[in-house]
Design a protein around this ligand. Structure first.
Ligand code: GSH
Length: 268
């Protein structure tokens, strides 16, 4: 069944869907959709009537947010929209990796272990008094005159203090979020942590003088993050998307096959 993903690769939640689709090598069409298109300095033009507020879009995703995955209807079967990034990731795993070759979640208990961390990521870990948006706003989304390296550093330091549980878990597993194997849990958590790591790359390259006083060390998270970077699907769908989003060098020098949607995004 043909798939269409609606969203923008600069969204941390869309990156989750892009990464999962790339892991299972599912064919899909990316259609750019966002209420933000035209608003931030990274986008040209204006978009007073975004696709995401049309009745057609809201039929598929009543939240009006991105991502939305559309399973195109066939014959008498109507198209179906799936929303909420964690649900999209779980659907992709179930549908395109039924044998658990990529995501090692074969029993209901494995699935529940992974799901706990996904829900934790969507709840407590991401509910951060604006730290996650601040990381991207002060790296790229705000007009240059409104970006404040001190605020960027404050968001990074604040978020590092929220990573205690995850650091403990990864120190225990010494491998992946839900245990010894890569699972769907690594996807949402990896996308959020990627934003945090890339914010630090921005600080290092553009504001090396900016102190990061109080930042908590997270060695097990960093070791896991390096393991994620070895996965071509993560590298292009998440790491490179974010580098491109914040206009950092190195976005196109990876030794991996870039997906078609990514090449189009780069040249748009
Ligand atoms: N809980 C939702 C949150 C979705 C969400 O907040 N998406 C943001 C982008 S990260 C959004 O749609 N922003 C407005 C837009 O881009 O139109 C999910 O995980 O899918």
């Amino acid at each position: 069944m043909p798939l269409t993903l609606l969203g923008r690769p600069s969204s941390v939640n869309v990156q989750k869907a892009l990464w999962a689709l790339a892991e299972v090598k599912a064919a899909f069409t990316l259609r750019h959709a966002s209420a933000m298109l035209g608003k931030g300095p990274e986008y040209g033009g204006s978009n007073p009537e975004p696709l995401t507020s049309t009745p057609e879009y809201l039929e598929y995703n009543p939240t009006g947010l991105v991502p939305t995955l559309i399973i195109e209807g066939e014959g008498s079967k109507p198209s179906q929209g799936i929303f909420e990034s964690a649900t999209i990731v779980r659907y992709i795993a179930r549908k395109y990796d039924a044998d658990g070759e990529v995501f090692k979640c074969s029993t209901p208990e494995d699935e529940a272990r992974a799901s706990s961390w996904m829900d934790y990521c969507g709840g407590n870990l991401s509910d951060t008094d604006g730290q996650i948006p601040a990381m991207v706003n002060h790296s790229t989304r705000f007009a240059e005159k409104d970006r404040d390296p001190a605020k960027l550093a404050e968001a990074v330091v604040g978020f590092s203090k929220r990573l205690g549980l995850l650091e403990e878990q990864l120190a225990k597993t010494q491998a992946f979020v839900a245990g010894q194997e890569f699972t769907v849990a690594d996807i949402p958590v990896g996308c959020v942590v990627n934003r945090y790591i890339v914010a630090q790359l921005v600080l290092k390259e553009r504001h090396p003088e900016q102190p990061l006083d109080g930042k908590v060390d997270t060695p097990s998270i960093e070791a896991w993050y390096e393991r994620l970077k070895e996965r071509p699907a993560f590298y292009s769908a998440v790491f490179q998307s974010e580098l491109l989003h914040v206009r950092m060098k190195g976005a196109d020098d990876a030794d991996v096959d870039l997906p078609e949607w990514y090449k189009e995004y780069m040249s748009s």
